[in-house]
Design a protein around this ligand. Structure first.
Ligand code: TTP
Ligand code: MG
Length: 370
């Protein structure tokens, strides 16, 4: 019998990120309301709040409200207003994401301040171990960068994301597989990705207010109302079912090169002379695209035209071509020991890319971001 292993997924979300980053470089801001604004430039106060710290939120100042309104609500306080400094936040984010990556079997960044970690393997599927891991990550990020974050731990991405919002800032909320439906049931439907104002109004007209209402609603009827794809998604989502893997954007792609040798050979130097040329080309492409790779493969087409491939996973994503050269050589060496035939064509393939900037994926881009 095959039993599907329950996954352990963590969603990490940096607390009041832009504002916290500002507090980090200027600790004198701490304790005062801090508002980071996107100034449109038309008049001194036109524009909107990007984010605010928790002091400012006490006064009703939050993401999206107009700056003039924020000013009004914070009148008479020591509030500090700052313009968005995206490059600086990006630097802080990069450092933190690098730390998070080390704690994950699989890692997926979904925005400047958010990422999913699949920690199933390293926790042995144990949620207590995952909680301890989050505490360790919190200490590492606090000590090495000076920023706090909140986390949700759950059997899938959908529930982890909702859980991460429950205790903020600096919180952790774990939802065990057996607790998923009970956890979701009382929450309003608009907590689900893809349920915006229009959809929740539509659902309300069907008598669906909470995620529990949605879970109990006839799935056939949902499909009639919202279409098959989205109706099915809503039904599964309400039950907390989400099989989307944690996967870095672009991870499914690969880059490969293959070419014919001057003569059929079993000579390792002749072979690597060819693959070195291929590596040079591939090197240009990955530099251009700003990607790192974790998987290295070789391809050998033998004199009898059978094709063989061998693959190796590196410890960490890299863009180091010397590592690629060594790995390719080692793979061919090992392969030649196993095979009698001469090789006619050789190739290499790299995959499992990680990219510096992220694209929002599938569902996240399918539905306008919430
Ligand atoms: P969020 O994680 O939504 O918000 P936050 O990190 O500021 O606060 P929380 O503690 O609740 O997680 O967004 C991350 C960053 O994205 C945020 O710091 C600023 C930016 N942002 C905007 O520029 N405009 C917006 O409308 C929102 C919601 C966020
Ligand atoms: Mg955040």
């Amino acid at each position: 019998m095959t039993t599907l292993q329950t996954r352990v997924i963590i969603l990490v979300d940096l607390d009041y990120f832009f504002a916290q980053a500002e507090e980090l470089r200027n600790p004198a801001l701490k304790g005062k309301p801090v508002v980071v604004g996107m100034y449109s430039g038309r008049t001194a106060d036109s524009g909107a709040v990007s984010t605010s710290n928790y002091e400012a939120r006490k006064h009703g100042v939050k993401s999206g409200i107009p700056l003039f309104l924020a000013k009004k609500r914070l009148e008479g306080t020591e509030a500090v207003f700052l313009p968005v400094d995206y490059d600086y936040y990006q630097q802080i984010s990069d450092k933190i994401m690098q730390i998070f990556r080390e704690y994950a079997d699989a890692f997926e960044k979904v925005g400047i301040d958010e990422a999913y970690l699949d920690v199933t393997k390293r926790t042995g599927g144990d949620f207590e171990a995952a909680k301890a891991l989050v505490q360790e990550m919190k200490r590492a990020v606090k000590n090495q960068v000076g920023i706090t974050f909140s986390a949700g731990i759950a059997p899938d991405k959908l529930v982890a994301k909702i859980a991460s919002d429950i205790q903020k800032p600096d919180g952790v909320t774990a939802v065990l597989p057996s607790e998923v439906e009970r956890f979701l049931a009382p929450l309003p439907v608009d907590k689900l990705l893809g349920v915006g104002r229009k959809t929740s109004a539509k659902m309300a007209s069907l008598g669906i207010k909470t995620i529990g209402d949605l879970a109990r609603y006839d799935p056939k009827r949902l499909m009639e109302v919202f279409g098959k794809t989205i109706g099915t998604y809503f039904h599964n989502a309400a039950k907390g079912v989400d099989n989307d893997p944690v996967q870095e954007a672009g991870e499914s792609e690969s880059i490969s090169r293959i070419s014919t040798l001057k003569e059929d050979t079993r000579n390792l130097d002749t072979i690597t002379e060819k693959t070195d040329q291929q590596i040079e080309e591939i090197g240009k492409e990955i530099a251009q695209r700003g990607i790192r790779f974790r998987q290295v493969g070789i391809i050998a087409v033998m004199t009898d035209l059978t094709a063989k491939s061998r693959m190796q996973m590196l410890e960490q994503p890299t863009n180091d071509l010397e590592v690629l050269r060594k790995t390719v050589r080692a793979l061919f060496e090992k392969y030649l020991n196993k095979s009698e035939l001469e090789i006619r064509r050789v190739g290499i393939k790299i995959a499992q890319f990680t990219k510096e900037e992220t694209q929002q994926k599938q569902l996240t881009s399918f539905f306008a971001s919430k």
